[in-house]
Write a protein that binds this ligand. Sequence first.
Ligand code: ADP
Ligand code: MG
Length: 575
Amino acid sequence: MSKIKALPPEVVAKIAAGEVVERPASVVKELLENALDAGSGSVKVEVQGGGRKLIRVTDDGEGMTAEEALLSLKRYTTSKIDSIEDLFALRSFGFRGEALSSIAAVSRMKVVSRKGEEISGVEIILEAGVSPASKETGCPPGTSVEVRDLFFNLPARLKFLKSPGTELSHIGDILAKTALANPRTRFHFFHDGKLLANFPLREDPSARLVEALGKDVAGKMFPFQYRQGELNVHGFAGEPGLTRSNSRGIFLFVNRRPVRDRLLNHAVMEGFRNLIPKDRYPVAVLFVEAPSSEVDVNVHPSKWEVKFSDSETVHRSVIRAIRGMLEDTPWLKTPEQNRGVEVLREASGAYLPREKEVSFPHSWPGSFREGGRKEGVEDLRESHPPISFLGQVRETYLVFSSPEGLILLDQHAAHERIMLEKVSEDFSRGRVSSQSLLLPEVIELTPAEAKITEEHLPDLARVGFDLEPSGVRTFWIRSIPQILAEEEPLNALREMIKEIASWGEGADLERSFDPLLKMLACRGAIQANRPMGREEAHALLSGLQKCRFPSHCPHGRPTMLKITYSDLEKMFGRK
Ligand code: ADP
Ligand code: MG
């Protein structure tokens, strides 16, 4: 007898199901996709026991005839593609034809469906995917798929499920993602009979943002958009002050399909580079719309991953879109001018840009213009005098009055931002400007440090330190970065050498320099607790106004705060 044999069909079905159905949330994802593919306007999701006991998704879409419904439950049966070429002109979420059969194989399923033009519907009941019994039934047009006792015949999988609360939160995530990407469909979500979430029909994507992420978060998010040929990158990103400890606040969609993608994740992070604290993550909802011929969606059984034919362009475009929005620093404007997403109502066309060419109001913060510079945004940087310096508080904060209210500057954070942009610009042109020492100093290092230093002399030169070996463990310091001219450079140099010693093999070189440049900016910047006069204060403010990213210091702290007269009036109860 041969040692190789064909697996029995039930085993094959269970193995296949394992790829698609990982947990209750995967069932919800597949059923939602089917409802959307059926053109539904309204979808109800009912769940019991975190999805273990029951998941029922009811839609008002095109429905199925009895014959179609029976076919839909077989493996690799689909109405969505005919040939492999169709994958590259795909308009639907589904295409593999295996979700219904896979889910059926590991649950007790009931499908009820009626095509609009038929007088009656069909009801099919199956257990573990076998012996479907169908009968005629009365029901509204559309489809309802009920999944009970998920994994009842797959105890191993059942064991891996988390508590109902955890499973429920995964289902909630899926629903929020689906709702974000499909604002023109209504969603209702019930758990154990209680309404948990309600997404009414929205023409305006920003309203969905409020429902999916909450008002507080949504109010701190701003739209961005960047187009390059047929590629359209758009969405909403939070101000740099809005961060999370993990990347769960980053929602990625490719052609409205929620995805997990390292490239896109990286691009979002890169957009926020040097604006948010280390180890923190921004909040962002990113939509990438690309011609289906440019995206391979057939990479992963549960369709979480995609591949771009030109991933570099996509990566670059995402960074530009987000940076473009951040450069406009809309959150520095007065509250009247700017209420986060609430003002988005005017720009609802942004959501489905394919159907409608979007034209933002002229001063719209998210309207990124090629070339990077923005005009017409009435913010601090363009409001010239009469800004007057009122004084310094605690030798740390600078207070100005402007036509709109009070401006408070943190002198160190502000100067640090200015310094970072200066050294980064020098650096990107070749090297940070340095100044030679009339009397070269000597630095003595440990053997390990000396070895690192020896190997990285050119890197140290790029950040402004010219060193020359003068013994086994000692180096002459010939020149130091200009911005450290007033400082004691030895400590800074030691810090840099430590940082360089931590560079990993094959690290992204340009990025590796970031901490060094930040260090320079921090050390070179005016410290707190230092008296400052009018001229210096004005110079600082105007220096900040010229920055590309004036709002936050390199560590993510705000550089300036604005208290408008209307804020003051509210605080004093005048209105
Ligand atoms: P796929 O979505 O990849 O085609 P599925 O197993 O999810 O595979 O569904 C199989 C087929 O059943 C679909 O192609 C579709 O024709 C039909 N179908 C599934 N769910 C629905 C629904 N909610 N409304 C109408 N038709 C549906
Ligand atoms: Mg499907």
